[in-house]
Design a protein around this ligand. Structure first.
Ligand code: SF4
Length: 332
């Protein structure tokens, strides 16, 4: 239960046994559990994972078990959508890592709990196509497109590993939908310290890129599409793969260094430094030998990332032309 605290069985166990909410918030006996909950949220925010802790003694198990409801209360006290997304993603990624050691019986029970319609056959797992679509909406690579799946009688056949990845998103969505919880004055008061610290850290992450990171680039000359993609990054929301490509190629063409571009992407909830660095360096031509050009406006439109075109957009065919033209207009 301590390893899988989001299961209904765990929630019922906590409800039926001690402590009461009041004890959990105030009793010195639960100080360790409150600190473990705090640590859980900070790990999620800073490392995008929940680390494994020793579960040998009864006290360690109890602290780990209670750290989950405490963490949810703390996330709710902060109430910032960026933290909710980061926390939900970290819990789901950690869960996936732990599911790898579990047998199919456990996975079947978990799927039922997450309302994922599935069947297990011949070493493969089949998932109803509607649940497949619902839980893969954020996966942009070709390998996840429904058209590229083996579909039989309304069910998509997946390997165990891919099925667990779908369950990861089902859990992430569920945690995201559950938070923030309503928190009363007593909860707010108990966690005021970590709440303020988290608000500061989130602010720091959101403002990781400021005007100076753009160097000689004039942010006032950016076209609406690039402004929107940057704003989306800043709030920590996911940017589609096509948007990441367009933004990286655009900023590189204006002279921004790969390290500065990398910093901008660091606010994304599923930020993976190694992978992002590889992609940026590839687009910038450092590893591929090709310095990619940002897409034209017509391509941006077909990708669905041409946002709120303005009057100047009517006179150009490429986001880079917008930047150049706007510069000329200002100096004229
Ligand atoms: S018209 Fe071109 S420059 Fe303007 S918002 Fe759309 S893609 Fe960007």
């Amino acid at each position: 239960m301590a390893r899988f605290p989001y299961l209904k069985e765990t929630a019922s166990h906590i409800k039926e046994s001690d402590p009461s909410l009041d004890d959990l918030l105030t009793d010195p006996a639960y100080e360790e559990a409150r600190m473990a909950g705090e640590r859980r949220v900070f790990e999620a925010l800073e490392k995008s994972t929940i680390e494994d802790h020793s579960l040998v003694s009864d006290a360690e198990i109890l602290n780990e078990l209670l750290s989950y409801p405490v963490a949810r209360m703390i996330v709710s006290c902060v109430g910032d959508p960026f933290l909710v997304r980061r926390y939900a993603l970290s819990e789901a990624k950690t869960a996936n890592r732990r599911w790898l050691d579990e047998d199919n019986e456990f996975i079947a029970g978990l799927s039922n709990e997450l309302d994922v319609d599935h069947r297990m056959e011949d070493g493969y797992i089949k998932i109803h196509f509607s649940d497949f679509l619902k839980n893969t909406a954020q996966m942009r690579s070709k390998g996840w497109k429904l058209i590229n799946q083996r579909l039989d009688g309304g069910y998509v056949t997946l390997s165990r590993q891919k099925f667990l990845r779908v369950l990861q998103d089902a859990l992430r969505i569920r945690i995201e939908n559950e938070l923030p919880l309503e928190v009363n004055e007593k909860i707010l008061e108990t966690f005021r310290g970590p709440t303020l610290e988290l608000i500061d850290k989130i602010q720091e992450k959101k403002s990781k890129y400021k005007a100076e990171d753009f160097g000689k680039i004039r942010t006032t000359r950016l076209p609406p599409c690039m402004n929107r993609l940057l704003a989306t990054l800043q709030t920590g929301e996911g940017v589609p793969h096509t948007g990441r490509f367009a933004l990286t190629a655009f900023l590189r063409h204006l002279g921004l260094r790969p390290d500065d571009i990398l910093r901008m992407f660091s606010t994304i909830p599923d930020f993976d430094e190694g992978k992002t660095r590889y992609q940026i360096e590839h687009i910038c031509g450092m590893t591929s030998g090709t310095k990619y050009t940002p897409p034209e406006c017509s391509t941006m439109k077909s990708y669905g990332i041409c946002y709120n075109p303005d009057e100047l957009c009517g006179k150009i065919k490429h986001p880079l032309s917008y930047y150049r033209l706007k510069g000329k207009k200002r100096t004229a």
